[in-house]
Design a protein around this ligand. Structure first.
Ligand code: PMP
Ligand code: GLN
Length: 392
């Protein structure tokens, strides 16, 4: 098929870097510190709940469009007990096929051709892709190293007559930054002043290590304009199950439900029962994961620093970003493509998370610490004994 016959605005999207790098890890037998997923599954009782649901015939046929009531109740209860957010589970909560579908459905619901969506750059790859699918324009507002803090002036300056949505992500993939309450307050002020919808991707809400995660929906004036997104993938270490959710005011959630029903209609019936059980009975396990992930953050960040890389200490997520220029590399993509052969390790070049990466951004590499300590130690040992300079 002639490539020119494909829809032109989609041709720029290509294969995701996660798929490319995970395939490289498999084909070379390298340790995969690229795509962010844990190498130990979540709580046993949650896996049992999914098996029990299948055996008992719960969720094996199409579940209700907005999600099973048990899960919507559990999501509303989680938001209430964790953040003091009150939601009507029938009209203000929607279950999706992972956060990925929630993001896509939100962009398709809110973005019209030519509308602008402001996203914090570097951004998770599905943001620009789904904004593009909605025929909108992605407007980056950069978080600058070393702290990857938001410059609120830049955000304010980025808003135009066409701005419809601010798409946030905190804790932030790939940088590991966590938006402070001051930064959230500044974003809220801009959103209120310019009457914008805020879509906030909070999939790492329970992986903030140095401060508590604050949902922007809890700030004054924000609940009515904010769509919050999360999922069980990261919180409960079942990334393959793809159970996510959206919450917010009924009018916005209803708009997302409208597009969602033509994407997947529904998904993961038995897993929805398991997710309801997880949110109800396994939040203690989640706190254990957070603490263990904080230790692994330290292990990988310190280990990479000892190898001579400039590291940016993450305050949340699964990821640490390094600058590879101290090793003599300008281009992280070339570095990452050669890393399996050199060291038997896979990592992700951050240039793919930028609209127009400059010299500094082109040299950033993301590593995940969502693996067991022994695996991280092995990866560090491999890197320490490899030739990591550009000369062969
Ligand atoms: N948003 C961010 C920032 C992510 O890192 C990921 C990867 N889990 C997702 C969304 C997608 O989440 P899910 O697997 O629930 O679709
Ligand atoms: N969220 C994970 C990451 O950033 C996985 C992304 C994906 O596989 N699409 O690595």
């Amino acid at each position: 098929m002639d490539k020119n016959r494909l829809v032109p605005h989609l041709s720029q999207l290509g294969t995701t870097i996660f798929a490319e790098m995970s395939a490289l890890a498999v084909s070379t037998g390298a340790i995969n510190l690229g795509q962010g997923f844990p190498d130990v599954d979540g709580p046993r009782s949650v896996a049992d709940a999914a098996r029990d649901a299948i055996s008992a015939g719960r969720g094996n046929q199409y579940p209700p469009g907005p999600g099973i009531p048990e899960l919507r109740d559990a999501i509303a209860a989680h938001q209430r007990t964790t953040y003091d957010i009150t939601l009507d589970p029938d009209s203000e909560v929607l279950v999706t096929a992972g956060a990925t579908e929630a993001i896509a459905a939100a962009m398709l619901a809110f973005v019209d051709e030519g509308d602008e969506v402001i996203a914090l750059e570097p951004f998770y790859d599905s943001y620009r892709a789904t904004i593009t699918m909605a025929r909108g324009r992605c407007i980056p507002v950069r978080l600058e190293p070393p702290e990857f803090r938001l410059d609120a002036g830049r955000l304010r300056d980025a808003v135009t007559e066409r701005t419809k949505v601010v798409l946030l992500n905190s804790p932030h993939n790939p940088t590991g930054a966590v938006l402070s309450t001051a930064e959230l307050g500044q974003i809220a002020q801009v959103a209120i002043d310019r009457d914008l919808i805020v879509v906030t991707d909070e999939v790492y809400e329970h992986l903030a290590f140095d401060e508590l995660h604050t949902p922007i929906a809890t700030l004054p004036g924000m609940a009515e304009r904010t769509v919050s997104i999360s999922s069980m993938g990261k919180t409960f270490s079942f990334t393959g199950w793809k159970v996510g959710w959206v919450s917010g005011p009924a009018s916005l959630v209803d708009a997302v439900r409208t597009t969602k029903q033509y994407l997947t209609f529904v998904s993961g019936g038995p897993f929805q029962y398991a997710a309801a059980h997880a949110l109800t009975a396994e939040m203690g396990w989640v706190e254990g994961l957070r603490q263990s992930m904080a230790n692994r953050r330290d292990l990988l960040t310190d280990g990479l620093a000892q190898l001579g890389l400039d590291t940016y200490r993450p305050r949340g997520t699964y990821f640490v970003v390094t600058d590879v220029r101290p090793l003599g590399w300008d281009d992280a993509l070339t570095f990452c493509r050669s890393l399996p052969e050199r060291a038997g390790v896979v990592a992700i070049p951050c240039s793919v998370f930028y609209e127009a990466p400059g010299a500094a951004e082109s040299a950033l590499v993301r590593w995940t610490f969502s693996k067991q300590e022994q695996v991280l130690q092995n990866a560090l040992a491999r890197l320490a004994s490899a030739n990591l300079t550009p000369t062969v």
